[in-house]
Design a protein around this ligand. Structure first.
Ligand SMILES: *[C@@H]1O[C@H](CO)[C@@H](O)[C@H](O)[C@H]1NC(C)=O
Ligand SMILES: *[C@@H]1O[C@H](CO)[C@@H](O)[C@H](O)[C@H]1NC(C)=O
Length: 332
């Protein structure tokens, strides 16, 4: 992990300009509960990695882990510059806390603290792949690293499943809502412009949400969409959970959602054009994120990039957004 060690130097010395920095603290990605060091050591090749300044030019990168008699692990990382010159760095790795055997501190002589893990093995089958996560915090931002290592170069493994597991790891990110909400201006009809893939809405096109404010100030929600020309619709209610956070609502369609936990967080809306909504639920040690960009008109021509960047700054992977088909809709 020369990357980690040098990243500290880069981050402290040159600023965080080139690394993927995100606001807020590191996400708490849990590691697998056991580690068989004898099976884990040996040679691993990098199949995929998060972009990172120090490794950016290197190809054919590998890591060789050797278990020493004193149970420490020697790490030898190497790779090749475009001009063919080999680059390598040697370090040591050790488990920080025996109760978390898959969380290690790897140091390349740059002084990474031995009591702070910077190498989290999210999951490995020892023989084929290992998914490793790392994160460092600097004041109010953090920098994430991740690698998918394989025993063979260019191994043909189910990368999608490993990536999805990493994407889902840990608790929900904290996405703050806008501080005010004018309900009278917010209600009415919204069309989905973009959304995160969502089991309930898979393959629905022409999706819309209609919010109706009753005299008693409760809000009725009518969602609808079309699948293969057939209309599908859900009706529910929405209510503010905590008056001090008026833009965080609990929307309930009669299933199981609790009314004291928001599942509809309005990140930002201008009422007349767009609304960016985020939602997240935690199940055991994974979380499920949902997000929608709603617009008053179908296929509205708005500055989506700026809205997505705002969510990205809150730590959300906006690469999940997909565009909703709003063409040739049966309703108007
Ligand atoms: C190859 O490229 C690396 C990185 O730019 C540089 O440090 C090294 O001196 C180069 N080697 C040769 C032989 O040009
Ligand atoms: C879509 O609708 C048509 C016409 O009703 C039907 O023949 C077809 O099987 C449907 N396709 C799917 C995937 O349901």
């Amino acid at each position: 992990m020369q990357i980690l060690a040098s990243a500290v130097v880069v981050a402290l010395g040159l600023g965080l300009a080139t690394a993927a920095t995100v606001q807020g603290p590191c996400p708490s990605v849990t590691s697998q509960s056991t580690l068989d060091a004898d099976r884990y050591v040996g040679k691993w090749y990098e199949l995929k990695r998060f972009p990172n300044r120090n490794q950016g030019m290197l190809s054919c990168t590998s890591a060789l882990y050797t278990l020493e008699p004193d149970n420490t692990v020697t790490v030898m990382n190497q790779g090749y510059f475009p001009n063919g010159t080999k680059d390598s760095i040697e370090g040591t790795a050790q488990v920080v806390d025996v109760s978390k055997p898959a969380e290690l501190s790897v140091d390349f002589g740059f002084g990474w603290p031995a009591d702070k893990p910077n190498y989290f093995i999210r999951q490995t089958d020892y023989d084929t792949y290992s998914v490793v996560f790392s994160c460092m915090e600097f004041s109010n931002v953090h920098v994430e690293y991740a690698w998918i290592l394989t025993r063979e170069r260019n191994a043909d493994i189910d990368v999608d499943a490993l990536e999805q597991d990493l994407a889902d790891a840990g608790p929900c990110p904290t996405v703050t809502s806008q501080s005010t909400l004018d309900v009278d201006r917010y209600v009415g009809k919204w069309y989905e412009l973009k959304q995160f893939p969502n089991l309930n809405q898979l393959d629905l096109s022409c999706t819309s949400a209609l919010y109706i404010l009753a005299a008693d100030r409760t809000v009725t929600v009518k969602n609808q969409g079309y699948f293969n020309g057939t209309k599908d619709s859900f009706e529910g209610t929405a209510q503010v959970v905590d008056v001090s956070k008026p833009a965080e609502l609990s929307v309930n369609f009669g299933f199981v959602w609790s009314t004291d936990e928001p599942n509809y967080v309005i990140r930002q809306t201008d009422y007349d054009t767009y609304s960016v909504v985020f939602s997240c639920t935690e199940v055991f040690n994974i979380h499920l994120e949902y997000a929608w960009i709603l617009t008053r008109e179908r296929n509205a021509d708005i500055d989506v990039d700026a809205l997505e960047q705002d969510l990205a700054d809150a730590g959300i992977d906006v690469g999940n957004f997909e565009t909703v088909d709003q063409d040739d809709c049966p309703d108007n």
